[in-house]
Design a protein around this ligand. Sequence first.
Ligand code: AHR
Length: 679
Amino acid sequence: KLTLDFTQPGANVSPMLYGLMTEEINHSYDGGLYAELIRNRIFKDNKTKPEGWSLVQQDTASRASIKLIAADPDNVPFDERRHSINSALTTCLRLTVAKGGSRVGVANEGYWGIPVKPSTTYKASFYMKGTGSMQFPRRPGMPARPQNATPAPVIENNTAGPITVTIESNDGKTVYATGTITLEKSTFWKKYEVTLTTAANVEPTTDARFVISTDRTGLYYFNLVSLFPPTYNNRPNGNRIDLTQMMVDMKPKFLRFPGGNFLEGPDFANAFPWKTTLGPIDNRPGHKGSWGYRPTDGMGLYEFLMWCEEIGAEPVLGVYAGYSLNGDHVDAGPLLKPYVEDALDEIEYVTGDKSTYWGAKRAADGHPEPFKLTYVEIGNEDWFDRTNSYDGRFKQFREAIEKKYPQLTCISTITDTQNPDLKVTGKKPDVMDEHYYRNSWEMFANASQYDKYDRKSSKVFVGEWATREGAPTTNLHAALGDAAWMTGMERNSDLIIMSCYAPLFVNVNTATSTAPKAWQWDSDLIGYNALTAFGSPSYYVQKAFGEYLGNKIVPATAINIPTQNPPLSKRDSINGTKPAPVPVIFYSATQDDKTGMIYLKVVNASGKIQPVEINLKGLAKVDKKATIVVIKGAKPEDTNTISEPKKIVPATFAIKGIGTTFSQKLAPYSVNILQLKIQ
Ligand code: AHR
């Protein structure tokens, strides 16, 4: 029996309650949201060979090879030096065609395939040059060729002329789109651009590659090879349309970026390098990421901000706080000062007007208007540093930020409840970021945890959380755990001012003979391959919770809630509780005081139908008709996949006979959102 008490004033629902969290993990950007299709476009992501690249030789009569040429004066043979374009583009790919044939070229496999769609125009661009010898022409003042250098083979230079660019099947038999550039007779780099359009009747596929080819001898050099399909809002260097639309549909209030571990980086040198992520992609070297592959940084600080704008979300900016994943930290004091200055510069880039140094840079990058910013998070999960260096680091960052930007609120990553042994001393943080990765049973057991929090404590940002069941995306049981947990956050949203699920994205490709498995973290919200995307059951729960939300909490209580026993294997891991039964029903109610709509969310985590009696105490009259949105499935393991993307999706039903007391049967394993209207 559930009572919604309209005789008591409810607290306000936080206007920023539901948002998104993102970082470069699981190929979230490269091979994900960032629409670039070429893998390893600047040839720096290499283990033993140019990752993602291969030689194309149409007939056996030709003689050809490919080789990476990296700017390393100590290790590169004399003849292979001086191929850098700038300090970012220092490694290139050389195609040597000693004997031409019908077609010789270089192929890129994309991020687990190049997506081919009908009637689609792709923009290709690349730096290229062609020579007939490995020896670069000698310029006045250039050092003489060393006596002992191996003589450079001279190959006839036939490079000038047409170069073919194709999107084609991996066996080379079907060409989906083709274009041509004319390579100049010049030994210097030039950037070429060409568009490729597919026919209306092509079947969508990921079994495709991108090829640049010739039929002539010579040495061909390539760098920054790029291929973009249409992007959201047609923004250059922009985002995938389908994934952006899925976020827009969630109506998120904020986006927490750039991490997560991606903010901290594996070491000091590879913390998120926001300054080298700005400007033309030609100036972005990328860096060593935190999740085992090298991000291009095509998704740079400017692109994060444009992403926020495109989905209507406010940035929640994480600034690097001098602590990295290898455990190194910079102590508070003079050594930390440059890091604090760097964060102040970053905030100026986001919020400064055109009269400021960094505000002017942002304007030059294409966005004259400052972005709205309320929250800055200092670091990420600094409680991993058991020396508690965060106490001093947080203070130093916070004082400098609040002095220059008094309108900003700094978020602490050490929290009273999760890290009681590690305190942020001095002025109490306004907001603390708590992270929870749990299984469904732990979520059920802890769904009321915030009912008990001290209201005098700092406000809480649940900046990362997920029910971790199912891989790579979560299943229905996880979605039930999420929904149970979210009712607890929503009921307490006077305290929980923001929440975001993590990770947001996963490229679901498994390993192939040439590419590794795409993801590093199980249990993610939105899955995709190069061609299509799908929401997990958790995605639909997130979306529905954000969509159906009032601005006031309606105090609610329940009696006679049935319970169930967690399976034996899960009982030990249930946080803070002895192996004990957990409730099967979870609920929260909010009201929109402008429209009179009541949103009652009720979760049935059991495999049985649960009848609920609902009493709207203090209301004289409600509309007799209402609707109910139901997310449910037959089995807790049910899930969505690329091949079955819509197995678990919300369905909306009309319900009749509503009064100030009524009963509603809840389907097994279901999340239910009743929409009632006060009259
Ligand atoms: O969400 C995955 C990782 O979990 C984040 O990078 C990190 O902050 C947390 O430990």
